[in-house]
Write a protein that binds this ligand. Sequence first.
Ligand SMILES: C[S@@+](CC[C@H](N)C(=O)[O-])C[C@H]1O[C@@H](n2cnc3c(N)ncnc32)[C@H](O)[C@@H]1O
Length: 435
Amino acid sequence: MHRTNTSYLSALRASINDKLLQLEDQISSADPHSRPHLFEATPWPFLDDPEYLPPQPVFDLLDDLRLDLRALDSLVTPTRFKLVEIGNLPYKVAALETAVLLNVAEAIESAPFHGYAPLADLAKLWMSMSINLAASFACLPASSSSKKPSAECMGSAGGISKDITSPDTKHSFAERDAPFCKVVSKSGKTFAEYMGDPENAAMVELSGEGVVGWLNKLTRASLLGDYPWEELNEGSVIIDLGAGAGDSGMDVMRKFPNKHFKWVYQDFGPVLDMLKKSYPSELQQQVSNGDITFVLQDYFEPNVSAGNVWYARGVLHEYDDEQVLQLLGHITSAMRKTPGARMILNEVLNSSPAIIPVSAAETVPSEHIPNKQSALASTANTMTWSTFSLFGGKERSYEEYEVLLNKGGLRVNRLYKFRTFTVMMECLLQEESDA
Ligand SMILES: C[S@@+](CC[C@H](N)C(=O)[O-])C[C@H]1O[C@@H](n2cnc3c(N)ncnc32)[C@H](O)[C@@H]1O
């Protein structure tokens, strides 16, 4: 870090510390029983009573603290993640709009909850709450206002909330009519069909450059640096299921030339054709010598390949549990061809962006946040929406994956929490991990 940033951090630390001490003094003399409301059921009267004006010194301290905290937040957040947050604002607005339409805030405050309502219990209250609805709430801030957002904000949410609450669509994960996809789809086409239409070739090129390049900037360093590819044996065969744009293989093969990995791209014919056509020239040698291959494979059919590592990035989250189990059935059968084979799943995990500490007075959230979830929890939850809105499917928590993978004959061997909003779950065949 630059010297200037280090001294700036020190200046912020000193200022925030000093102002918090002053605030503590001021508050305890003004209202000795008042406690911050972050984790409380009711608003904090000291701050939230619209008729109450805090003493001027307290108001000034609060204003200064917000300024310093904004500077600190900005300093510790990479620009690319700030942009993700801003770019995904419409999803947050859609979530808030849904919460307002259903009057969720009032339901939480009333009996039987009196201010604290786990999502599962809220679901029982409505008898019909869908996982889509739960996902929408997961990307709201910890304490959301029940105030109605402006008409402009609602407009920018694009009608997602209607689809989340409509009986015809709210339970769907299908790419044609899931709440999020329905808003994106044009003239009845799914996003994939739209992109596959030759008339939209320019759009495909744009998204190839824009979306893949953009996502890659957010996750590539972690994919390469946070999973121990270097531990794999020389010459390991890596099968890339539903490889899509193929960038993972390019990145890994470029970074580890001395490992002589064999990368097997699997996908549908047109995707493989496109990939072959635009494959980078500096990797053509490995294509010619057979270290990089392209294999036509529907992953819902018995798999024709054999390999040491079965890599699936963003595959399982596109499917409902039944379909995932079907897919895993084919992969685990194929894994049995190679002793010691592992499956590595690169996904976003549904995460708790905030938690309730055991004792709100003495502990801070960062010491209690669950470990088995994506880092950048709030961004992770928001990112799940861009997946939903393009392809359908459902994101899962670590615990949900564990149950599903166990049912599918796998056991999570190691969880790598990436230094971005994704994780890698490394799985072994159950019978091998038990042996
Ligand atoms: C499921 S996502 C995977 C994204 C890709 N792994 C990545 O990291 O960018 C989309 C890709 O999966 C492919 N795909 C979808 N259904 C498939 C299937 N049944 N069998 C094989 N590939 C499939 C699509 O053609 C597309 O290239």
